[in-house]
Design a protein around this ligand. Structure first.
Ligand code: GLU
Length: 445
Protein backbone atom coordinates (compact mmCIF):
# COMPACT_ATOMS: atom_id res chain seq x y z
CA UNK A 1 0.00 0.00 0.00
CA UNK A 2 1.40 3.34 -1.02
CA UNK A 3 0.99 5.90 1.74
CA UNK A 4 -0.93 9.03 0.74
CA UNK A 5 -1.30 11.90 3.19
CA UNK A 6 -2.76 15.34 2.72
CA UNK A 7 -2.67 18.80 4.21
CA UNK A 8 -6.09 20.41 3.89
CA UNK A 9 -6.10 24.07 4.90
CA UNK A 10 -8.98 26.46 4.38
CA UNK A 11 -7.66 29.55 2.57
CA UNK A 12 -9.43 31.99 4.85
CA UNK A 13 -6.30 33.49 6.41
CA UNK A 14 -2.57 33.01 6.87
CA UNK A 15 -1.66 29.62 8.24
CA UNK A 16 -0.21 29.63 11.70
CA UNK A 17 2.37 27.51 13.36
CA UNK A 18 -0.18 24.90 14.49
CA UNK A 19 -1.37 24.30 10.90
CA UNK A 20 2.11 24.13 9.49
CA UNK A 21 3.01 21.60 12.16
CA UNK A 22 0.23 19.35 10.91
CA UNK A 23 1.43 19.86 7.34
CA UNK A 24 4.96 18.95 8.39
CA UNK A 25 3.88 15.72 10.07
CA UNK A 26 1.89 14.66 7.01
CA UNK A 27 4.88 15.46 4.83
CA UNK A 28 7.43 13.70 7.07
CA UNK A 29 5.36 10.55 7.18
CA UNK A 30 4.76 10.49 3.42
CA UNK A 31 8.46 11.04 2.71
CA UNK A 32 9.54 8.41 5.20
CA UNK A 33 7.20 5.87 3.65
CA UNK A 34 8.07 6.75 0.06
CA UNK A 35 4.46 7.88 -0.36
CA UNK A 36 2.67 10.93 -1.67
CA UNK A 37 1.83 14.18 0.09
CA UNK A 38 -1.12 16.16 -1.29
CA UNK A 39 -2.15 19.74 -0.82
CA UNK A 40 -5.91 20.05 -0.71
CA UNK A 41 -7.38 23.51 -0.65
CA UNK A 42 -10.61 23.39 1.38
CA UNK A 43 -12.31 26.30 -0.30
CA UNK A 44 -15.97 25.28 -0.23
CA UNK A 45 -16.68 28.49 1.65
CA UNK A 46 -16.56 30.79 -1.34
CA UNK A 47 -17.15 33.94 0.58
CA UNK A 48 -14.34 33.56 3.08
CA UNK A 49 -11.80 31.84 0.82
CA UNK A 50 -9.35 34.13 -0.94
CA UNK A 51 -6.84 33.48 -3.69
CA UNK A 52 -4.15 35.47 -1.92
CA UNK A 53 -4.34 33.06 1.00
CA UNK A 54 -3.96 30.09 -1.36
CA UNK A 55 -0.79 31.75 -2.66
CA UNK A 56 0.41 32.44 0.86
CA UNK A 57 -0.14 28.81 1.89
CA UNK A 58 1.91 27.61 -1.08
CA UNK A 59 4.64 30.10 -0.23
CA UNK A 60 4.78 29.04 3.39
CA UNK A 61 4.97 25.36 2.48
CA UNK A 62 7.71 26.02 -0.06
CA UNK A 63 9.64 28.11 2.43
CA UNK A 64 9.56 25.29 4.94
CA UNK A 65 10.69 22.85 2.25
CA UNK A 66 7.45 20.87 2.15
CA UNK A 67 7.01 20.01 -1.52
CA UNK A 68 3.73 18.41 -2.52
CA UNK A 69 2.99 15.76 -5.12
CA UNK A 70 -0.44 16.95 -6.15
CA UNK A 71 -2.83 19.79 -5.51
CA UNK A 72 -6.60 19.56 -5.32
CA UNK A 73 -9.33 22.07 -4.75
CA UNK A 74 -12.68 21.41 -3.22
CA UNK A 75 -14.30 24.18 -5.25
CA UNK A 76 -13.48 22.21 -8.42
CA UNK A 77 -15.20 19.10 -7.13
CA UNK A 78 -18.80 20.12 -6.50
CA UNK A 79 -20.06 17.63 -9.11
CA UNK A 80 -18.43 14.76 -7.26
CA UNK A 81 -20.02 15.89 -3.99
CA UNK A 82 -23.42 16.24 -5.62
CA UNK A 83 -23.32 12.70 -7.02
CA UNK A 84 -22.36 11.11 -3.68
CA UNK A 85 -24.90 13.24 -1.89
CA UNK A 86 -27.64 11.98 -4.19
CA UNK A 87 -26.59 8.39 -3.54
CA UNK A 88 -26.69 8.94 0.22
CA UNK A 89 -30.06 10.59 -0.07
CA UNK A 90 -31.45 7.70 -2.09
CA UNK A 91 -30.16 5.33 0.57
CA UNK A 92 -31.76 7.36 3.34
CA UNK A 93 -28.41 8.30 4.91
CA UNK A 94 -28.93 12.04 4.51
CA UNK A 95 -32.26 13.66 5.31
CA UNK A 96 -33.74 17.14 5.04
CA UNK A 97 -34.34 19.23 8.15
CA UNK A 98 -36.33 22.43 8.40
CA UNK A 99 -35.67 23.78 11.87
CA UNK A 100 -34.42 27.33 12.18
CA UNK A 101 -31.25 28.01 14.20
CA UNK A 102 -33.46 29.57 16.88
CA UNK A 103 -35.59 26.45 17.17
CA UNK A 104 -32.51 24.25 17.45
CA UNK A 105 -31.06 26.53 20.05
CA UNK A 106 -34.22 26.37 22.12
CA UNK A 107 -34.28 22.57 21.94
CA UNK A 108 -30.72 22.41 23.14
CA UNK A 109 -31.44 24.72 26.05
CA UNK A 110 -34.39 22.60 27.15
CA UNK A 111 -32.31 19.41 26.97
CA UNK A 112 -29.48 20.98 28.94
CA UNK A 113 -31.99 22.30 31.48
CA UNK A 114 -33.19 18.74 32.03
CA UNK A 115 -29.64 17.49 32.40
CA UNK A 116 -29.74 15.70 29.03
CA UNK A 117 -27.02 15.75 26.37
CA UNK A 118 -27.90 18.31 23.68
CA UNK A 119 -28.33 15.74 20.93
CA UNK A 120 -30.48 16.49 17.90
CA UNK A 121 -33.83 14.72 18.42
CA UNK A 122 -34.32 13.69 14.78
CA UNK A 123 -37.76 15.23 14.67
CA UNK A 124 -37.24 15.94 10.96
CA UNK A 125 -37.42 12.19 10.42
CA UNK A 126 -41.02 12.27 11.66
CA UNK A 127 -42.15 14.63 8.92
CA UNK A 128 -44.46 13.23 6.27
CA UNK A 129 -44.26 14.06 2.58
CA UNK A 130 -47.20 16.40 3.11
CA UNK A 131 -45.38 18.22 5.94
CA UNK A 132 -42.36 18.70 3.72
CA UNK A 133 -44.43 19.92 0.79
CA UNK A 134 -46.16 22.42 3.01
CA UNK A 135 -42.84 23.73 4.42
CA UNK A 136 -41.28 24.01 1.01
CA UNK A 137 -44.46 25.68 -0.25
CA UNK A 138 -43.88 28.28 2.47
CA UNK A 139 -40.43 28.83 1.01
CA UNK A 140 -38.46 27.01 3.76
CA UNK A 141 -35.33 25.42 2.28
CA UNK A 142 -33.99 22.37 4.11
CA UNK A 143 -30.53 21.79 5.45
CA UNK A 144 -29.30 18.21 5.43
CA UNK A 145 -28.08 15.87 8.11
CA UNK A 146 -26.17 12.63 7.85
CA UNK A 147 -28.04 9.87 9.65
CA UNK A 148 -25.73 8.10 12.07
CA UNK A 149 -26.21 4.38 12.48
CA UNK A 150 -26.85 3.76 16.18
CA UNK A 151 -26.43 -0.01 15.96
CA UNK A 152 -22.86 -0.26 17.18
CA UNK A 153 -20.18 1.92 18.74
CA UNK A 154 -17.91 3.77 16.33
CA UNK A 155 -14.39 2.54 16.90
CA UNK A 156 -10.97 3.00 15.40
CA UNK A 157 -7.40 2.59 16.46
CA UNK A 158 -5.85 6.03 16.43
CA UNK A 159 -2.12 6.06 15.69
CA UNK A 160 -1.58 8.61 18.45
CA UNK A 161 -4.54 8.29 20.81
CA UNK A 162 -4.89 4.52 20.73
CA UNK A 163 -8.28 2.80 20.73
CA UNK A 164 -11.18 5.19 20.34
CA UNK A 165 -14.83 4.42 20.83
CA UNK A 166 -17.87 6.67 20.46
CA UNK A 167 -21.52 5.93 21.13
CA UNK A 168 -23.34 7.30 18.07
CA UNK A 169 -26.53 7.43 20.13
CA UNK A 170 -24.97 10.29 22.09
CA UNK A 171 -24.07 12.28 18.99
CA UNK A 172 -26.19 14.58 16.86
CA UNK A 173 -26.61 13.63 13.25
CA UNK A 174 -24.15 16.10 11.72
CA UNK A 175 -25.33 18.77 9.30
CA UNK A 176 -23.49 18.18 6.02
CA UNK A 177 -25.16 20.73 3.78
CA UNK A 178 -26.67 24.12 4.43
CA UNK A 179 -30.04 25.38 3.27
CA UNK A 180 -28.40 27.43 0.52
CA UNK A 181 -26.85 24.26 -0.91
CA UNK A 182 -23.32 25.00 0.32
CA UNK A 183 -21.23 22.24 1.91
CA UNK A 184 -19.91 21.90 5.37
CA UNK A 185 -16.47 20.41 5.60
CA UNK A 186 -17.34 16.90 6.82
CA UNK A 187 -18.75 15.10 3.79
CA UNK A 188 -16.63 16.65 1.00
CA UNK A 189 -13.54 15.77 3.01
CA UNK A 190 -14.57 12.11 3.16
CA UNK A 191 -15.39 12.06 -0.56
CA UNK A 192 -11.99 13.59 -1.32
CA UNK A 193 -10.14 11.18 0.91
CA UNK A 194 -11.83 8.29 -0.91
CA UNK A 195 -11.26 9.66 -4.42
CA UNK A 196 -7.66 10.67 -3.73
CA UNK A 197 -6.80 7.37 -2.08
CA UNK A 198 -5.73 9.00 1.17
CA UNK A 199 -4.40 6.30 3.49
CA UNK A 200 -3.53 8.39 6.56
CA UNK A 201 -5.40 11.39 7.94
CA UNK A 202 -3.12 13.28 10.29
CA UNK A 203 -4.72 16.28 11.95
CA UNK A 204 -5.40 18.05 15.24
CA UNK A 205 -7.36 16.39 18.00
CA UNK A 206 -10.03 19.06 17.69
CA UNK A 207 -11.26 16.84 14.85
CA UNK A 208 -11.73 13.65 16.88
CA UNK A 209 -15.50 13.85 17.14
CA UNK A 210 -15.72 14.79 13.45
CA UNK A 211 -13.77 11.64 12.75
CA UNK A 212 -16.34 9.53 14.55
CA UNK A 213 -19.06 10.73 12.19
CA UNK A 214 -16.74 10.54 9.19
CA UNK A 215 -15.90 6.91 9.92
CA UNK A 216 -19.58 6.15 9.28
CA UNK A 217 -19.60 8.32 6.16
CA UNK A 218 -16.78 6.25 4.67
CA UNK A 219 -18.84 3.15 5.36
CA UNK A 220 -22.02 4.66 3.93
CA UNK A 221 -20.10 5.45 0.74
CA UNK A 222 -18.84 1.89 0.50
CA UNK A 223 -15.24 2.53 1.57
CA UNK A 224 -13.23 1.59 4.58
CA UNK A 225 -11.85 4.55 6.50
CA UNK A 226 -8.17 5.52 6.30
CA UNK A 227 -5.88 5.37 9.34
CA UNK A 228 -6.20 8.35 11.66
CA UNK A 229 -3.64 10.14 13.79
CA UNK A 230 -4.98 12.99 15.92
CA UNK A 231 -2.27 15.06 17.46
CA UNK A 232 -2.51 17.06 20.66
CA UNK A 233 -2.82 20.75 19.94
CA UNK A 234 -0.11 23.32 20.24
CA UNK A 235 -0.25 25.92 22.98
CA UNK A 236 1.77 29.10 23.30
CA UNK A 237 4.30 29.65 26.08
CA UNK A 238 1.55 31.34 28.05
CA UNK A 239 -1.42 29.21 27.13
CA UNK A 240 -3.65 29.11 24.14
CA UNK A 241 -2.12 29.61 20.73
CA UNK A 242 -4.30 32.27 19.22
CA UNK A 243 -5.12 32.19 15.55
CA UNK A 244 -5.22 35.93 15.53
CA UNK A 245 -1.88 36.57 17.20
CA UNK A 246 0.29 37.61 14.27
CA UNK A 247 3.36 36.28 16.03
CA UNK A 248 2.36 32.70 15.29
CA UNK A 249 1.94 33.17 11.54
CA UNK A 250 4.52 31.38 9.47
CA UNK A 251 4.96 34.69 7.74
CA UNK A 252 6.24 36.22 10.95
CA UNK A 253 9.08 33.70 11.29
CA UNK A 254 10.18 34.30 7.78
CA UNK A 255 10.54 37.99 8.55
CA UNK A 256 12.55 37.55 11.73
CA UNK A 257 15.37 35.42 10.38
CA UNK A 258 14.11 32.07 11.64
CA UNK A 259 15.53 29.28 9.50
CA UNK A 260 12.99 26.90 7.99
CA UNK A 261 15.07 24.01 9.30
CA UNK A 262 14.92 25.38 12.83
CA UNK A 263 11.16 25.73 12.72
CA UNK A 264 10.86 22.27 11.19
CA UNK A 265 13.13 20.69 13.80
CA UNK A 266 11.08 22.28 16.52
CA UNK A 267 7.67 21.41 15.10
CA UNK A 268 8.69 17.87 14.23
CA UNK A 269 9.60 17.11 17.81
CA UNK A 270 7.65 19.18 20.33
CA UNK A 271 4.96 17.11 21.92
CA UNK A 272 6.89 13.90 21.17
CA UNK A 273 9.29 11.88 23.27
CA UNK A 274 12.09 12.59 20.79
CA UNK A 275 14.55 15.36 21.70
CA UNK A 276 14.15 18.80 20.17
CA UNK A 277 17.57 19.26 18.62
CA UNK A 278 19.04 21.19 15.71
CA UNK A 279 19.00 19.35 12.40
CA UNK A 280 21.29 20.06 9.47
CA UNK A 281 18.77 18.63 7.03
CA UNK A 282 15.21 17.33 6.82
CA UNK A 283 16.56 13.82 6.36
CA UNK A 284 17.13 13.31 10.07
CA UNK A 285 13.63 14.45 10.87
CA UNK A 286 12.17 12.17 8.23
CA UNK A 287 14.04 9.13 9.50
CA UNK A 288 13.12 9.59 13.14
CA UNK A 289 9.44 10.44 12.62
CA UNK A 290 7.18 8.04 14.50
CA UNK A 291 3.54 8.44 15.58
CA UNK A 292 4.27 6.22 18.58
CA UNK A 293 6.45 8.99 20.06
CA UNK A 294 3.61 11.53 20.12
CA UNK A 295 2.24 12.38 23.55
CA UNK A 296 -1.34 13.15 24.52
CA UNK A 297 -0.61 16.39 26.38
CA UNK A 298 -0.72 19.72 24.52
CA UNK A 299 2.65 20.65 23.07
CA UNK A 300 4.05 23.95 24.28
CA UNK A 301 5.51 26.24 21.66
CA UNK A 302 7.97 28.73 23.08
CA UNK A 303 9.32 31.49 20.87
CA UNK A 304 12.44 32.02 22.99
CA UNK A 305 13.37 28.36 22.64
CA UNK A 306 12.90 28.65 18.91
CA UNK A 307 15.40 31.53 18.76
CA UNK A 308 17.95 29.36 20.54
CA UNK A 309 17.35 26.44 18.26
CA UNK A 310 17.66 28.81 15.32
CA UNK A 311 21.18 29.84 16.33
CA UNK A 312 22.17 26.20 16.85
CA UNK A 313 20.75 25.33 13.45
CA UNK A 314 22.73 28.09 11.74
CA UNK A 315 25.90 26.73 13.30
CA UNK A 316 25.25 23.48 11.42
CA UNK A 317 24.54 25.01 8.02
CA UNK A 318 27.08 24.53 5.29
CA UNK A 319 28.15 27.29 2.95
CA UNK A 320 26.18 25.68 0.13
CA UNK A 321 23.00 25.86 2.16
CA UNK A 322 23.29 29.62 2.62
CA UNK A 323 25.45 30.97 -0.20
CA UNK A 324 22.58 32.70 -2.02
CA UNK A 325 21.77 34.66 1.07
CA UNK A 326 25.28 35.89 1.78
CA UNK A 327 26.74 39.19 0.58
CA UNK A 328 28.60 39.20 -2.71
CA UNK A 329 32.10 37.84 -2.41
CA UNK A 330 31.64 36.17 0.94
CA UNK A 331 33.19 32.73 0.60
CA UNK A 332 33.10 29.43 2.47
CA UNK A 333 36.05 30.36 4.67
CA UNK A 334 34.38 33.56 5.79
CA UNK A 335 31.10 31.74 6.42
CA UNK A 336 32.82 29.12 8.56
CA UNK A 337 34.61 31.86 10.50
CA UNK A 338 31.55 33.89 11.38
CA UNK A 339 28.74 31.35 11.65
CA UNK A 340 29.39 30.36 15.29
CA UNK A 341 28.48 33.93 16.21
CA UNK A 342 25.28 34.27 14.25
CA UNK A 343 21.73 34.29 15.48
CA UNK A 344 20.38 34.91 12.00
CA UNK A 345 21.99 34.36 8.60
CA UNK A 346 21.42 38.04 7.78
CA UNK A 347 23.94 38.99 10.47
CA UNK A 348 26.67 37.44 8.33
CA UNK A 349 26.59 40.65 6.28
CA UNK A 350 27.65 42.68 9.33
CA UNK A 351 30.67 40.47 9.87
CA UNK A 352 31.52 40.57 6.21
CA UNK A 353 31.62 44.32 6.59
CA UNK A 354 33.87 43.95 9.65
CA UNK A 355 36.20 41.69 7.68
CA UNK A 356 36.55 43.66 4.48
CA UNK A 357 34.80 46.99 4.83
CA UNK A 358 35.70 50.19 6.58
CA UNK A 359 35.47 50.13 10.32
CA UNK A 360 36.16 52.77 12.88
CA UNK A 361 38.41 51.39 15.54
CA UNK A 362 39.89 53.05 18.53
CA UNK A 363 41.43 51.83 21.74
CA UNK A 364 41.85 53.28 25.20
CA UNK A 365 44.61 55.82 25.67
CA UNK A 366 46.63 53.34 27.74
CA UNK A 367 46.56 50.75 24.97
CA UNK A 368 47.86 52.92 22.15
CA UNK A 369 51.47 52.09 22.63
CA UNK A 370 50.64 48.41 22.84
CA UNK A 371 48.68 48.55 19.60
CA UNK A 372 51.56 50.36 17.95
CA UNK A 373 53.84 47.52 19.03
CA UNK A 374 51.29 45.12 17.56
CA UNK A 375 51.52 46.96 14.26
CA UNK A 376 55.29 46.50 14.24
CA UNK A 377 55.03 42.80 15.02
CA UNK A 378 52.31 42.31 12.39
CA UNK A 379 54.46 44.09 9.82
CA UNK A 380 57.39 41.74 10.33
CA UNK A 381 55.87 38.39 11.21
CA UNK A 382 55.01 35.44 8.99
CA UNK A 383 51.36 35.62 7.88
CA UNK A 384 51.23 32.36 6.02
CA UNK A 385 50.16 29.90 8.73
CA UNK A 386 48.39 31.22 11.80
CA UNK A 387 48.81 34.99 12.03
CA UNK A 388 46.70 35.46 15.17
CA UNK A 389 48.81 33.10 17.25
CA UNK A 390 51.98 34.47 15.75
CA UNK A 391 50.92 38.00 16.66
CA UNK A 392 49.71 37.32 20.19
CA UNK A 393 52.63 34.98 20.95
CA UNK A 394 55.23 37.56 20.02
CA UNK A 395 53.38 40.39 21.75
CA UNK A 396 53.09 38.40 24.92
CA UNK A 397 56.82 37.94 24.99
CA UNK A 398 57.55 41.53 24.11
CA UNK A 399 55.09 43.28 26.43
CA UNK A 400 54.43 40.75 29.17
CA UNK A 401 50.68 41.19 28.64
CA UNK A 402 48.39 38.18 28.73
CA UNK A 403 44.70 37.35 28.87
CA UNK A 404 42.19 40.14 28.31
CA UNK A 405 44.69 43.05 28.28
CA UNK A 406 46.50 41.21 25.51
CA UNK A 407 43.51 40.18 23.40
CA UNK A 408 40.87 42.86 23.87
CA UNK A 409 42.75 45.90 22.51
CA UNK A 410 43.74 43.83 19.48
CA UNK A 411 40.18 42.70 18.84
CA UNK A 412 38.99 46.28 19.20
CA UNK A 413 41.63 47.67 16.91
CA UNK A 414 41.18 44.97 14.28
CA UNK A 415 37.37 44.66 14.25
CA UNK A 416 36.05 47.76 15.95
CA UNK A 417 34.14 45.52 18.37
CA UNK A 418 34.58 43.94 21.78
CA UNK A 419 33.05 40.60 20.87
CA UNK A 420 32.84 38.43 17.83
CA UNK A 421 34.07 35.34 16.05
CA UNK A 422 37.33 33.65 16.92
CA UNK A 423 40.16 36.06 16.01
CA UNK A 424 42.27 33.16 14.74
CA UNK A 425 39.63 32.63 12.04
CA UNK A 426 39.00 36.32 11.38
CA UNK A 427 42.53 37.68 11.09
CA UNK A 428 43.55 35.72 7.98
CA UNK A 429 40.37 37.00 6.32
CA UNK A 430 41.05 40.59 7.32
CA UNK A 431 44.53 40.10 5.82
CA UNK A 432 47.86 41.77 6.30
CA UNK A 433 47.25 45.08 4.53
CA UNK A 434 44.02 45.90 6.24
CA UNK A 435 45.24 44.68 9.63
CA UNK A 436 48.27 46.96 9.46
CA UNK A 437 46.11 49.94 8.51
CA UNK A 438 43.62 49.25 11.29
CA UNK A 439 46.29 48.81 13.95
CA UNK A 440 47.95 52.05 12.88
CA UNK A 441 44.64 53.92 12.83
CA UNK A 442 43.66 52.68 16.27
CA UNK A 443 47.06 53.51 17.72
CA UNK A 444 46.79 57.05 16.40
CA UNK A 445 43.35 57.51 17.98
N1 GLU B 1 -10.01 22.14 6.32
C1 GLU B 1 -10.00 21.36 7.52
C2 GLU B 1 -9.33 22.15 8.62
O1 GLU B 1 -8.50 23.00 8.31
C3 GLU B 1 -9.28 20.07 7.24
C4 GLU B 1 -9.25 19.11 8.36
C5 GLU B 1 -8.72 17.78 7.87
O2 GLU B 1 -7.51 17.62 7.83
O3 GLU B 1 -9.50 16.92 7.53
O4 GLU B 1 -9.62 21.99 9.77
Amino acid sequence: MKVITRFAPSPTGRIHVGNIRTALHNWLYARQQGGRFLLRIDDTDRERSEERFVEAIRDDLRWLGLNWDGEERQSARFDAYEARFEALRAAGRVYPCYETPQELDLKRKIQLGRGLPPVYDRSALQLTDTDRERLEGEGVRPHWRFKLDHAAPIAWHDLIRGDQSFDPGLMSDPVVRRADGSWLYLLPSVIDDIDMGVTHVVRGEDHVSNTATQVQMFGALGSSPPAFAHEALLTGAEGKLSKRAGATDVDHWRGTGIEPLALAAKLARIGTSLPVEPAASMQRLIEAFDFATFGRAPARFDEAELAKLNAQTIHLLSFDQVRERLPNGMDARAWEAVKPNLETVAEAADWWQVIGGTISSSVAEGDREFVLAARDVAGEMDWSADPWHALTGQLKERTGRKGKPLFLPLRRALTGRDHGPDMAALLPLIGRERALERLAAAANG
